[in-house]
Design a protein around this ligand. Structure first.
Ligand code: IMP
Length: 434
């Protein structure tokens, strides 16, 4: 029996899908516990899959997959992925109390971003913040309501809930053109259309409803291997990230505990790319706006899986990684996309931050905030690169010495061992490190 949690340790897009797929080989149950359809988990197996809402285990025949109450669920995305699960022969359980992301949430997200102008966060416009706001306001529709159209309507009408969302969305200047840009198939401001929209997914979703907290508890107590799949990254965490440039869920180990009541884990794997990327606005100390950033974007195919946006690229940031590992509860690391760095003579890595003359800001014990991050001066170090293509290598010893040194720098800079190194997108392109 083991419980393993996989978390992103940067700004999302670290390659968690690939690592989860690899670890799922030995899992009985895969669980999504946070975020929504803002995630884009790419898995390359027999085919290439881009999953947004259901766990990556859905592509494995016979796998049990769970979506917990801490996820916000867009049924239009979920229905599509449920079809895929069925084709792949996997099982899916969705929690009764998982909040539903409505078209009006997406409209509100887009309207807020447009109204914010220069101050926009750069959200994925998947309605994530509005849906989580409603959860904390103790209102809104949940998946269990799909059992009856009456329950959906009641949830939307209660205390003028839907009307209020519409009024705010209108007030922020939402236009029909925005609805088209969002690809919405209905008028997000119409109650009737929204109820009908929800109900159309009921036949797919209702048979999957369950008390997932009990399921997870039972799986653990009966000795199953349970794998928890995090979405986004710890640097985007609503508490520990750099507000306001964060997502609206918790992306740390605490999120699993908070939503499933599980407090003991055997492995907490932090996934980090061998360099840094982020999408959306906000401080990014090691960003490279030069030709090297462009090189990383092209070589690493750094374009959003969910939105297609070009990602901002930069050097590996060890202080940020150290901070993320501490606040996120990470016990081991998986380094992805090491192969992208082949052919660079000298690799630059940020080994420390200088803040206001303090030459070695200790991110292992201090709090990083948006303000601090804007003020830091990255202290770079140079690591010699390698020329060998890594995609065909399968053991750690085969990696060029300088690539192994690069990994050692990560381990000593962060203080956490690296256990896996990914050298390409395919399932078998991952190396165990003892
Ligand atoms: P939201 O989660 O759509 O509200 O977006 C808030 C911030 O998180 C924006 O900067 C997004 O680009 C970022 N974000 C959300 N999900 C992901 C993800 O899966 N990968 C990378 N960035 C993400």
């Amino acid at each position: 029996m083991s419980t393993t949690v996989v978390l992103g340790t940067q700004w999302g897009d670290e390659g968690k899908g690939k690592v989860v797929d690899f670890l799922a080989e030995h899992a009985d149950v895969v669980v999504r516990f946070n975020g929504g359809a803002n995630a884009g988990h790419r898995v390359v197996a027999e085919e290439s899959y881009a999953l947004h809402l259901l766990p990556c285990g859905i592509i494995r025949s016979g796998m049990v997959n769970i979506v917990g109450p801490g996820v916000v669920f867009d049924p239009s995305v979920g229905a599509h992925e449920l079809d895929l699960a069925q084709q792949c022969g996997s099982l899916v359980f969705l929690d009764h109390s998982t909040p539903i992301v409505l078209p009006v949430h997406r409209a509100l997200d887009a309207a807020r971003e447009a109204a914010a102008g220069e101050g926009a966060i750069g959200t994925t416009q998947r309605g994530i913040a509005p849906a989580y706001s409603d959860f904390w306001l103790r209102r809104g529709a949940k998946l269990g309501d799909l059992c009856s159209p009456k329950a959906v309507r009641q949830a939307l009408e209660e205390n003028g809930y839907f009307d209020e969302l519409v009024a705010v969305t209108r007030h922020l200047g939402f236009t029909p053109q925005m609805a088209v840009a969002l690809g919405l198939s209905i008028d997000p401001l119409s109650l009737e259309e929204t109820v009908a929209w929800c109900v159309q997914f009921a036949s797919k979703i209702v048979p999957c409803l369950a008390d997932t907290r009990s399921l997870v508890r039972r799986a653990i107590s009966t000795g199953k291997n349970v794998l928890f799949e995090g979405a986004q990254g710890i640097l985007l965490d609503a508490f520990h990230g750099f507000r306001p440039y964060v997502t609206s869920s918790s992306c740390t180990l605490a999120s699993v505990s908070q939503t499933f009541g599980v407090y003991q884990f055997d492995h907490v794997v932090g996934v980090a790319k061998a360099y840094s990327t982020r999408v959306g606005a906000g401080p990014f100390p090691t960003e490279r706006s030069d030709s090297f950033g462009q090189f990383l974007r092209e070589r690493g195919n750094e374009f959003g899986t969910t939105t297609g946006r070009p990602r901002r690229c930069g050097d590996l940031d060890l202080p940020a990684l150290k901070y993320a590992c501490r606040v996120g509860g990470i016990t081991k690391l998986a380094i992805t996309k090491l192969d992208v760095l082949t052919g660079i003579d000298d690799l630059t890595v940020c080994k420390a931050y200088e803040v206001h003359g303090e030459s070695d800001f200790d991110s292992g014990s201090r709090t990083l905030t948006e303000t601090v991050l804007r003020q830091v001066r990255p202290r770079p170090m140079t690591c010699p690169g390698w020329t060998q293509e890594l995609g065909g290598l399968r053991t750690y010893a085969e990696l060029p010495l300088t690539a192994r040194r690069y990994i050692s720098q990560i381990e000593s800079g962060v203080g956490i061992p690296v256990r896996f190194v990914s050298v390409g997108p395919e399932r078998e392109q991952i190396i165990w490190k003892d």
